[in-house]
Design a protein around this ligand. Structure first.
Ligand code: AMP
Ligand code: MN
Ligand code: MN
Ligand code: MN
Length: 296
């Protein structure tokens, strides 16, 4: 099957922890040659209407998405939902609960950093969260701006991960729960950036098995945070678990720590792209009626 389109199925705006507005993200994607773009903000879908309008103007296809925070054992994992119906109540009720936890967690991070001798972090993070959703990224930016670390990467290591002063354990969605919300909203669940999880090979297999058995559809094989080796490894794992393969930059902004928007490496041979299930004939750019795929 020939597939000439350029897909980027994992990106963020300032509705979560990205730097750009939805219209800016879409413009950058279009300028970089992306033809099918998914906006997948963390735990929120509020940027999608603006992105949809901008995509129509730019003549590219916007896939409505979200990236759901999940607690799996002691691990936080991310599940991307693609082609979700944002009007779905099950999904929106679930996401609202995660944002409530996020809000409490932000205050708790602020309290813990204050105890560690860094006052004003919650105010600093809120000031950087442009649409109200506070992420660790915003705390990281505050800590860098106030001279507590040289860059965002080192700030995570020193302050925001397990065992560090600003770390608060997660109570996000359950794995099955998140997949259930996505499916209730007519979407496909995609395990995001699997190579980023610091787990043993045995635990990874358990995760993939549970993900598939709960109705997960695909894993990100190509990701801005995957090495070439990771891509080939996860291409094989996708095939052996009967999962589809997705591809996304995880773009957060022009000073992205992973990868810019635009052409990503191709999916390795042997993968079935997640978009091959999107009905007969891919959605037509700008044609809103073609945005809801037929999932086979
Ligand atoms: P949160 O969902 O608020 O816990 O924040 C998680 C976000 O922080 C991720 O989506 C990344 O954008 C960012 N992040 C996590 N770990 C790192 C890291 N080591 N370096 C830079 N950014 C990170
Ligand atoms: Mn992020
Ligand atoms: Mn993620
Ligand atoms: Mn992401």
């Amino acid at each position: 099957m020939t597939e000439a389109r350029i897909y980027d199925l994992h990106t963020h705006t300032f509705y979560s922890d990205g730097a750009l507005a939805p219209a800016e993200l879409v413009a950058r994607a279009a300028a970089n040659g992306v033809q099918v773009l998914a906006l997948t903000d963390h735990d929120v879908t509020d940027g999608l209407p603006e992105a949809q309008a901008a995509a129509q103007l730019a003549g590219i296809t916007l896939v409505p998405g979200v990236e759901i925070s999940v607690t799996w054992g002691a691990q936080t994992v991310h599940i991307v939902g693609l082609n979700i119906d944002t009007a779905n109540e099950v999904l929106q009720t679930g996401l609202a609960r995660l944002r409530e936890f996020r809000e409490w967690r932000a205050e708790e991070i602020g309290r813990r950093l204050a105890k560690a001798g860094i006052p004003g972090a919650i105010e600093g993070a809120r000031a950087r969260a442009q649409r109200g959703l506070v992420s660790r990224t915003h705390f990281a930016q505050f800590l860098v701006d106030t001279g507590h670390a040289a860059d965002v990467r080192s700030v995570f290591k020193r302050f925001l991960v397990h065992g560090k002063p600003g770390y608060v354990p997660g109570q996000w969605a359950g794995l099955e729960e998140a997949i259930g919300w996505i499916r209730a909203a007519g979407g496909q669940a995609v395990l995001a950036h699997p190579a980023r999880y610091k787990i043993t090979a045995t635990r990874l297999k358990k995760l993939l098995g549970e993900f598939r058995d709960a109705g997960g559809a695909a894993i990100e094989v190509v990701s801005g945070s995957h090495s070439r080796d990771d891509m080939f490894r996860f291409a094989k794992l996708a095939s052996s678990y009967g999962l589809l393969a997705s591809s996304g930059s995880d773009f957060h902004g022009p000073q992205n720590y992973y990868m810019d928007l635009g052409p990503l490496p191709p999916l390795p041979d042997g993968c079935t792209p997640v978009w091959e299930t999107w009905g007969v004939g891919a959605p037509v750019a700008g044609d809103l009626s073609a945005q809801t795929p037929v999932v086979v």
